[in-house]
Design a protein around this ligand. Structure first.
Ligand code: ATP
Ligand code: MG
Length: 246
């Protein structure tokens, strides 16, 4: 078996030392996979991905990025190792321009690489390239999300984790953001997507994992998930006829 792109073992994490929120998660994400992480509000999805990214303390267990253990590596160094994280909020600097946002993100790279990486992102995101001096705070929700993803991609990551990138976006823009993620994934980047927008996320994902109370409650092929009436009713906020039956 090939080495997973990312793996957590018995991961316990939380904001306070005596109050674990993530309560022992074993998750293995294959190279090139697009995994969606679902679960009710407060299940610990954000805490889990923040712990992986190094912004919430890990109490015990481990995180492997490919062959390398990164459990206690500082968050900015994890980015340098190829683990990119787009948090749900504050993922761009609203008072800076598009270009300044990209320059700041590029600061983790060796100087000689920065200009070329920014140029490559402008080729990939022509919408951003067309207005580099626009303040990020003046962009539409979808464009902001695009900028946040562009910032994350600057290091050419092996794994990209996004926490609810569709929050607050209209269905049409959600579709655009998700097809962008699908494309990034098709380009070889392993993607972990935390989502509330279950149907849209499951439609692009290979596999789905459902967290409840800080633990994995269910994992399986994304396409089979929506068909399971109990799961749909309990965890996804949707009901099907079968779930309503006595
Ligand atoms: N900064 C924080 N300090 C202390 N506790 C927190 C903090 N952020 C979240 N929590 C707690 O951690 C638990 C899990 O929250 P988390 O944000 O990880 O859930 P989530 O699955 O991402 O939920 P949502 O779907 O609402 O985003 C909740 O009980 C929450 O109150
Ligand atoms: Mg969350």
């Amino acid at each position: 078996m090939t080495t997973p792109a990312l793996q957590t073992r018995a991961l316990v994490a939380g904001y306070e030392p005596d109050l674990p929120i993530v309560r022992g998660i074993d998750l293995s994400v294959a190279q090139g996979e697009l995994l969606v992480l679902l679960g009710p509000n407060g299940a610990g999805k954000s805490t889990f991905v923040k712990a992986i990214a190094g912004v919430v303390p890990i109490h015990s267990g481990s995180v492997m990025l490919g062959q390398r253990e990164i459990t206690h590596v500082a968050s900015h160094r994890k980015i340098g190792e190829g683990l990119a994280f787009v948090p749900q909020t504050e993922n761009i600097f609203a008072t800076l321009t598009i270009h300044e946002n990209l320059q700041l993100a590029a600061a983790v790279l060796p100087k000689a690489l920065r200009g070329e990486r920014i140029a490559a992102l402008y080729r990939r995101f022509p919408d951003l390239a067309s207005k580099p001096t626009r303040l990020a705070g003046a962009l539409s929700g979808g464009q902001r999300q695009m900028l946040a993803v562009a910032r994350a991609l600057i290091v050419d990551p092996s794994v990209l984790i996004l926490d609810e990138p569709s929050a607050g976006l209209s269905p049409k823009i959600v579709g655009e953001v998700f097809s962008m993620l699908k494309e990034i994934n098709a380009g070889g980047v392993t993607v972990i997507l935390v989502e509330q927008n279950v149907k849209a996320a499951v439609a692009i994902a290979n596999r789905a994992v459902i967290l409840v109370e800080g633990r994995i409650r269910h994992e399986g092929e994304a396409s089979s998930l929506l068909a399971d009436p109990l799961i749909a009713k309990l965890y996804l906020g949707t009901t099907t006829q079968a779930a309503e039956a006595p």
